[in-house]
Design a protein around this ligand. Structure first.
Ligand code: NGQ
Ligand code: ZN
Length: 451
């Protein structure tokens, strides 16, 4: 049993901000918390905040970041981006998948995320046949989590159809496809794959109402008591197609038919009526917002103001990983609201309350709920810590919630200097400790796939 301690000038503990905080760590957990203590001989840092959960990632898409920012022949949208993404998928070997995921996960840690929910759907070989080990590609995700130290909630994706009504999958989707029996084997193999990974969680992710039938959705949900994630109502076309298929909108359909509750995360949920917004907020599920990707793909704006007023739970995800930045996701939630409502401090619930802290605390709790994890700095919790550098000029003179506002709204260069995951320091001076080797591997992969 190893014990060590760290001292922070400020720390955002489960019960709130404290000054002069000594955290004693043992076996990767917080074993003791002292506040209002002077710095001793232990290493000292600026402000400790709890690591956030990145509740929605497709790690492999980090490898195409920036590649789809070129106009196509007929006007670009989500669906033309998806074609570009499918072409990228057609080149990735298991080694490529691991190398790209390593860079994505290292950048997540550098950004202040200490757990990722990997919505993993690249399952089959390049020709669409299953690998001998159904979890061959998932092993790369697990290996990348191991190499970087990030905590993993693996969400193996069930994908069977091209669109509503059980349409057969398209050729570009062949690497994603299972039947329910094959998916059950994948889940077993995924559970075995994470067995050596500390704090790993395995859930399941029916990809979207486009990709599963109602019968398959029920069968997949019954295969796990872990988190259930689904893409919902991201695009208006999806809403129209769902209405044509069922007479109901996607979120409405899920609320009516899928026992949506606390273990569910509806990713995006962008296009909702006021009634759907109220009902989703009351369901206990988490809305998984990915504002950087949603802006990049031209999805639309989630009704955050109404949803928060109705008491809804939310978290943030980096989704396409076009830019991995926790502060940018939180800022993006608020800035979209400011532009839509032509108002300021939209997320803050009452006069005097901090917008940044409201969003951070919501994403901390909602992200942890969605990924089946614990949230917050308290005795017994995993030592998943992020240190903000008080020497950063934007943090000068700030304390308490003002530190979160400064980080989220006012830093061009990240003030995240150090990150510990399960008590092990994985980011030093703003860089992942294995960054150089990870970048070298990533470059080799990119050189090969773009050759
Ligand atoms: C995905 N991404 O699975 O990677 C999706 C696109 C789809 C986002 N929705 C594919 N952002 O939804 O069909
Ligand atoms: Zn997604």
């Amino acid at each position: 049993m190893t014990a060590s301690s760290l001292w922070f000038d400020h720390a955002l503990l489960a019960q709130g901000w404290a000054r002069g905080v000594r955290l004693t760590l043992a076996d990767g957990r917080i074993a003791g918390i002292d506040t209002d203590v002077a710095r001793g001989s232990e290493p000292a840092y600026g402000a400790a905040i709890p690591g956030l959960c990145n509740l929605h990632s497709h790690a492999f898409q980090r490898g195409m970041a920036g590649m789809a920012e070129v106009a196509g022949p007929e006007g670009d949208n989500f669906w033309t981006w998806r074609e570009a993404m499918y072409l990228f998928v057609d080149r990735l070997t298991p080694d490529d998948n691991r190398a790209i995921a390593e860079l994505a996960f290292a950048e997540m840690l550098e950004a202040g995320f200490t757990r990722v929910g990997e919505f993993h759907y690249l399952h089959n070989d390049l020709d669409g046949r299953p690998y001998a080990d159904p979890a061959e590609m998932a092993q790369g995700i697990v290996a990348a989590a191991e190499a970087t130290g990030i905590a993993l909630t693996l969400l193996p994706v069930f994908y069977a159809h091209a669109t509503f009504g059980g349409a057969p999958p398209k050729p570009g989707q062949r690497r994603f496809i299972h039947d329910v029996d094959g998916f059950a084997r994948l889940l077993d193999a995924s559970r075995a794959a994470v067995s050596g990974l500390p704090d790993a969680v395995v859930g399941a992710a029916p990809h979207s109402l486009r990709a599963v039938t109602p019968e398959e959705l029920a069968a997949v949900a019954a295969l796990t008591d872990g988190p259930l994630h689904i893409h919902a109502a991201e695009q208006e076309k999806e809403v129209e197609d769902c209405l044509a298929w069922s007479g109901a909108r996607p979120v409405e359909w899920l609320l009516d038919n899928a026992s949506v509750g606390a273990r569910w995360c509806l990713v995006h949920a962008t296009h909702m009526t006021p009634d759907e917004t109220q009902r989703l907020a009351a369901s206990g599920a988490v809305a998984g917002l990915c504002p950087v990707t949603e802006a990049n793909l031209g999805d639309g704006v989630f009704p955050t103001q109404a949803y928060l007023r109705a008491g809804g739970a939310l978290g943030v995800g980096t989704d396409s990983n076009v830019l991995i930045d926790a502060a940018a996701e939180l800022r993006g939630v608020e800035y979209a609201q400011r532009l839509v409502h032509r108002a300021r401090n939209v997320a803050a619930p009452a006069p005097g309350r901090s917008t940044g802290a409201t969003l951070f605390n919501a994403a901390l709790a909602g992200g942890a709920q969605a990924l089946g994890a614990e949230a917050g700095l308290k005795v017994g919790a995993p030592a998943d810590l992020v240190a903000l550098d008080l020497d950063h000029p934007s943090l000068a003179g700030r304390a308490g919630d003002a530190l979160l506002n400064a980080w989220i709204f006012a830093c061009r260069e990240s003030p995240v200097t150090a990150v510990w995951r399960r008590g092990r320091q994985v980011v030093e001076a703003g860089r992942h400790v294995a960054r150089d080797a990870i970048v070298a591997g990533y470059r080799r992969t990119l050189a090969r796939i773009t050759a």
